[in-house]
Design a protein around this ligand. Structure first.
Ligand code: AMP
Ligand code: ZN
Length: 112
């Protein structure tokens, strides 16, 4: 996607602090962290939100979860715990329309 900020981050056209990368998944630190660990995990294939997941791209979701597992181990929050969330659409406050999961941890996270 030409004007997608996260596609540009994957291609290195916009700088990011890369935390993890493999064939299908890319992960980098959120520019505006809300927790000591705040990593964005994204599929290398553009899809705008969970509403675009289907049989042809569902493999990316498993790979994102496996990447989250590895990143949590690497950043030392596998034992203490973490939250993995994705915002979808207006009411959830989604601002970037390339599917992304927020991996949050490093402190006790509130809810609500
Ligand atoms: P969401 O509100 O779920 O769509 O989350 C979008 C996230 O992307 C926000 O937490 C932003 O801080 C983050 N973000 C936007 N631009 C960048 C960027 N260039 N590098 C890193 N994180 C970004
Ligand atoms: Zn994109």
């Amino acid at each position: 996607m030409e004007n997608c900020i996260f596609c540009k981050i994957i291609k290195g056209e916009i700088p990011s602090t890369v935390v993890y990368e493999d064939d299908m998944v890319f992960a980098f630190n959120d520019i505006n962290p809300i927790a000591p660990v705040h990593v964005l995990i994204i599929p290398k294939n553009h899809m705008s939100s969970v509403m675009e997941i289907n049989l042809s791209n569902e493999n990316y979701i498993a790979e994102i979860h496996k990447a989250a597992n590895k990143i949590a181990e690497k950043l030392g929050i596998a034992e203490s715990g973490f939250r993995l969330i994705t915002n979808c659409g207006k009411d959830a406050g989604q601002t970037v329309f390339h599917l992304h999961y927020h991996l949050l941890g490093g402190k006790v996270l509130g809810w609500g």
